[in-house]
Write a protein that binds this ligand. Structure first.
Ligand SMILES: Cc1cc2nc3c(=O)[nH]c(=O)nc-3n(C[C@H](O)[C@H](O)[C@H](O)COP(=O)(O)O)c2cc1C
Length: 398
C-alpha cells in the first residue's frame, strides 16, 4: 500500500509526485470549492493523526465559519511522541504530499497563510519541505483562488509540550512553549488571535489523497501510517489499512524481538493506556481500540515478556515528569509524585496499587491541558495491568 508514502526512500521530487497523481487533489479541490471540499473530507471520516483523532472535516468547518477575514493553517510537524517516526519520514520523503494537503486545507478554511512547524531535530524533513515549497511555487501551485498562498516554514528547537496545539501557537508567536486553557480553541482564536486550524502533517497528506481518490475510494483503503517500536524485530513505519490486526503488523515487523512472547502494547504511545496480552489480535481501528480500553495515537509500542511492566510504567512516568512544561504546579508535583511512587519491581501489594490508583484519580482534570490527565491515566492503567487480579478497587487504599 503506497497511498501516502512513496515506495522510494529518497525525497520525492515534484515530477515523481505528479507521476503518482500528486497535485490532482489540489486541482480538484480548486474546481469543487471550499464547501464541497469540506463535505468530501467529512464523508471520508478522516480523523486527525496527531493523537486526538478529532474529525478533520469538522475542524475545517469550524474555522471556515469563524468570524474574520484572516485565517491560518498550521501544519504540525513537531512529532515529539516517543516511538513515533511517521511524521519525520513523511516530511522527509513525501514533502509534496504534506504541502498539497496544507494547500487544500488552507483553501477550504479560507486561509492565505500556511505555517509549517517542524521539529528541527529532523534536518531531512526541513530540507525536503524547503525544496518542495520552491518546486511548488515555480510550478504555480501556490496561486489559488485566494491569490498567492504564503508558506512559512518554521524549524524550531523542540520540547514535547510544544507539539500541543496551543503551546505550538505560542511558540510561533515568539512566546514560551506553554499551553493555554481552552476555550478559546484555536479554531476561534489562534495564531495572531485569528481563527486557526492546526493539523498534523499526516492528516494533511491524507486529505490530499482523499481529494485525489474521492472519499469513497480512500475510505475503502483506509490508509494509516503505523509507527511500530518496542520489542519487535524490525521497528519501523508501515502504511496499512486502519483495522489491520496488531498481530499482523508485528509479523510484518519481523515478529517479536528474540522470539519472545507478546505481553502488552501501548496502542497510542505514551499518551494512551497500556493493554495486556489479549490485545494481540485487536484490529487497529479507533472503535476496536477504544472498546478495549485505550486509543490509537501516533505510535504503537510493543512490550515483550522479557521487558518488565514496572520498567515501562516508570519510563513513561519519568518522561511525563521530565517534560511537564512547568506552568501548573499541580502538574509539576503530580507527575513527579507518580514517577517516584511507582514500584521499582513487579511486586505490588493490593494496598500500594490501590493507593497509586487513588492518587492518579485525584490528579485527573487538575491541569491546564491534557498532559497531567494523560500521565495520571497511564499510571492508573499500568498499575492495573501489573496487578495479577486486574485493577484493585481504589477504596483498597489505606
Ligand atoms: C502534550 C501534547 C503533545 C502533542 N504533540 C503533538 C505532536 O508532536 N504532533 C501533533 O501533530 N500533535 C500533537 N499533539 C496534538 C495537538 O495538540 C493537536 O491535537 C494536533 O496537532 C491536531 O492535528 P490533527 O487534528 O490533524 O490530529 C499533542 C498534544 C499534546 C496534549
Amino acid at each position: 500500500m503506497a497511498i501516502v508514502l512513496p515506495s522510494e526512500a529518497a525525497r520525492e521530487e515534484l515530477a515523481a509526485y505528479r507521476a503518482r497523481g500528486g497535485y490532482r487533489g489540489l486541482e480538484r479541490a480548486r474546481a469543487l470549492g471550499p464547501e464541497a471540499v469540506i463535505a468530501e473530507v467529512e464523508a471520508s471520516g478522516l480523523r486527525g493523526r496527531g493523537g486526538a483523532a478529532f474529525p478533520t472535516g469538522q475542524k475545517w468547518r469550524l474555522v471556515r465559519a469563524a468570524a474574520g477575514d484572516e485565517k491560518y493553517l498550521v501544519a504540525n510537524g513537531a512529532e515529539g511522541e516517543p516511538g513515533s517516526a511517521k511524521d519525520r519520514l513523511l516530511m522527509a520523503r513525501a514533502p509534496h504530499a504534506v504541502l498539497e494537503g496544507a494547500l487544500v486545507a488552507a483553501e477550504a478554511i479560507g486561509a492565505r497563510t500556511v505555517v509549517v512547524y517542524v521539529n528541527d531535530r529532523f534536518p531531512d524533513a526541513v530540507a525536503s519541505l524547503g525544496a518542495a515549497v520552491a518546486e511548488a511555487e515555480a510550478a504555480g501551485y501556490l496561486d489559488g483562488p485566494l491569490g498567492r498562498m504564503r508558506i512559512r516554514l518554521v524549524p524550531e528547537t523542540h520540547v514535547y509540550i510544544a507539539g500541543e496545539e496551543t503551546a505550538l501557537i505560542n511558540v510561533l508567536m515568539g512566546r514560551p512553549a506553554v499551553p493555554w486553557h481552552k476555550p478559546p480553541y484555536p479554531s476561534e482564536r489562534g495564531l495572531d488571535d485569528r481563527p486557526t486550524a492546526v493539523n498534523n502533517v499526516e492528516t494533511l497528506a491524507q486529505a490530499a489523497a482523499i481529494l485525489r481518490l474521492g472519499a469513497e475510494a480512500w475510505r475503502q483503503s483506509a490508509p494509516m501510517l503505523f509507527s511500530l517500536s518496542g520489542d519487535v524485530a524490525r521497528p519501523g513505519v508501515f502504511e496499512r489499512p486502519l483495522g489491520t490486526p496488531l498481530a499482523r503488523l508485528i509479523e510484518e515487523a519481523g515478529g517479536m524481538a528474540d522470539g519472545q512472547a507478546f505481553r502488552a502494547v501501548l496502542p497510542g504511545g505514551y499518551s494512551t493506556p497500556m493493554l495486556g496480552a489479549d490485545a494481540l489480535h485487536l484490529p487497529l481501528d479507533y472503535e476496536s481500540v477504544r472498546a478495549a480500553g485505550s486509543a490509537l495515537g501516533c505510535s504503537l509500542i510493543v512490550v515483550g515478556e522479557r521487558t518488565p511492566l514496572w520498567r515501562v510504567a516508570r519510563d513513561v512516568a519519568e518522561f511525563f515528569a521530565r517534560e511537564s512544561c512547568g506552568r501548573c504546579p499541580t502538574c509539576v508535583r503530580g507527575t513527579r509524585t507518580l514517577a517516584d511512587t511507582l514500584p521499582a519491581g513487579e511486586d505490588l501489594s493490593p494496598e500500594a496499587a490501590g493507593a497509586l490508583i487513588l492518587q492518579a484519580q485525584r490528579l485527573r482534570h487538575k491541569g491546564i491541558c491534557s498532559f497531567l490527565d494523560t500521565a495520571a491515566r497511564f499510571a492508573e492503567t499500568a498499575v492495573s495491568a501489573m496487578s495479577p487480579a486486574g485493577a484493585p478497587p481504589a477504596d483498597a487504599a489505606p
